[in-house]
Design a protein around this ligand. Structure first.
Ligand code: NAD
Ligand code: MG
Length: 389
């Protein structure tokens, strides 16, 4: 039996992972499930999967979760420390699917087990890529990507030598506003930004897809995960979300990964790696689909892409600034403090302001430095919001 722990079990990725595990329950020993306010879902899944431990990150949800699980023998805990503690329980496979920088610490702790970390939490790679990859090496752990693009690149690289790679192309659907006139973008509402043409995901990543901050994060994620120079990484707009990534080799060949827009593929690949298992995803009928389209991204419409290249060039702690400023700007958009286009302005202002502060780009990427940079960047981004709002 494979021992598994799922962080962010109640979210979009977590629920897709549970769908796969529940179909083949006898193959898994579910050690811990974690979530947030949705304790009803958490308790329901903990019961049906026979988890040993259920943890909510919110202290004020403890009583309700305890109540829901009373008499089941399932251990209950709450708070950030309890989440990090859950990562120390021995398992073979951990899913990191918390949203935001909050996923970093449990991810790092899970690596200490020296087993497999299936990483959906892209914020931890953006914030502290070298730290995460270094810790994986130190503890002999394997990180497997659970982002459709990065799983695609990973799969295209099986049996290949990374030194033969000339370019890595990740695709983007273009998000909710790909056909909107530029003038209208400034007035885009939260509801409008929260619907995705192709993927069904959590609200934050859906809005990040509309602004292409998601793709910007994925550019950085690609650089950190595959250790390729940023000049080699490209974004192509591909409306159908079926070709997830392409890897170009020195001999001119391109290996593309094609599949339906269903995260259960990338999750299932990581769950069964290094083998492939039958997965309940749609089989594409390419003749029926007929055509697939590719376009250059419009950098004026999506300034986040340029900001990602700035971050990759600067290196150091600028990824931590970028992510924290983006998270704070997104909070600001969700709370109607700023408009849709202001998010990129806030991130740019924060990056520029903090890049001139001593040590930001040269500071060592330790957990302490990363957390302090994250904290400061949220304050600076808040100040930027105040000047715009
Ligand atoms: P979601 O909002 O649906 O779920 C987030 C999960 O994290 C929930 O279980 C929530 O309770 C938990 N959580 C939120 N804040 C927390 C905190 N402070 N501490 C502990 N737990 C917390 O998000 P999602 O769409 O499932 O995305 C999860 C991660 O996977 C994100 O990093 C996202 O970028 C990445 N990702 C998602 C998709 C997708 O299709 N949804 C695709 C690729 C990558
Ligand atoms: Mg993705």
């Amino acid at each position: 039996m494979k021992r598994v722990t799922l962080f962010g079990a109640t979210g979009s990725i977590g629920q897709s992972a549970i769908d796969l595990i529940a179909r083949d329950q006898d193959a898994y020993d579910v050690v811990a499930l974690t979530g947030g306010r949705n304790v009803t879902q958490l308790a329901h899944d903990a019961k049906r999967l026979g988890a040993k431990l259920a943890v909510t990150c919110f202290d004020d949800c403890f009583a309700e979760l305890k109540d829901l699980l009373s008499g089941t023998g399932i251990e209950v805990a709450a708070g950030n420390e309890a989440i990090a503690d859950a990562a120390t329980r021995p398992v073979d496979w951990t899913l990191s699917a918390i949203v935001g920088a909050a996923g970093l610490v449990p991810g790092l702790k899970a690596l200490e087990l020296g087993n497999t970390l299936a990483l959906a939490n892209k914020e931890s790679l953006v914030t502290a890529g070298p730290l995460l990859m270094g810790e994986a090496q130190r503890y002999g752990a394997t990180i497997l990507p659970v982002d459709s693009e990065h799983s695609a690149v990973f799969q295209a690289l099986v049996g290949e030598d990374i030194s033969a790679v000339e370019r890595v192309i990740i695709t983007a659907s273009g998000g909710a506003f790909r056909d909107w006139p530029m003038e209208k973008l400034a007035t885009a509402t939260l509801a409008e930004a929260s619907s995705h043409p192709n993927w069904d995901m959590g609200q934050r990543i859906t809005i990040d897809s509309a602004s292409m901050f998601n793709k910007a994060m994925e550019l950085i994620e690609t650089k950190e995960f595959f250790n390729v120079p940023h000049q080699m990484i490209e974004v192509l707009v591909h409306r159908e979300s079926m070709v997830h990534a392409l890897v170009g080799f020195h001999d001119g060949g391109l290996m593309a990964h094609v599949g339906p827009p269903d995260m259960r593929h990338a999750i299932g690949y990581a769950l069964h790696w290094p083998t492939r298992a039958q997965l309940p995803v749609e089989r594409l009928d390419l003749a029926k689909i007929g055509q697939l389209s590719f376009e250059e991204p419009d950098t004026e419409r999506y300034p986040a892409l340029e900001l990602a290249h700035q971050v990759m060039e600067q290196g150091g702690l600028s990824g931590a600034i970028f992510n924290a400023a983006k998270e704070r700007a997104l909070d600001g958009f969700i709370a109607s403090e700023i408009g849709f286009l202001d998010m990129a302005r806030v991130v740019e202002m924060t990056l520029n302001k903090m890049s001139s502060e001593l040590g930001v780009t040269t500071g060592a990427i330790t957990l302490e430095n990363v957390l302090e940079t994250d904290r400061l960047a949220r304050i600076r981004a808040g100040e930027a919001i105040a000047t715009l709002g």
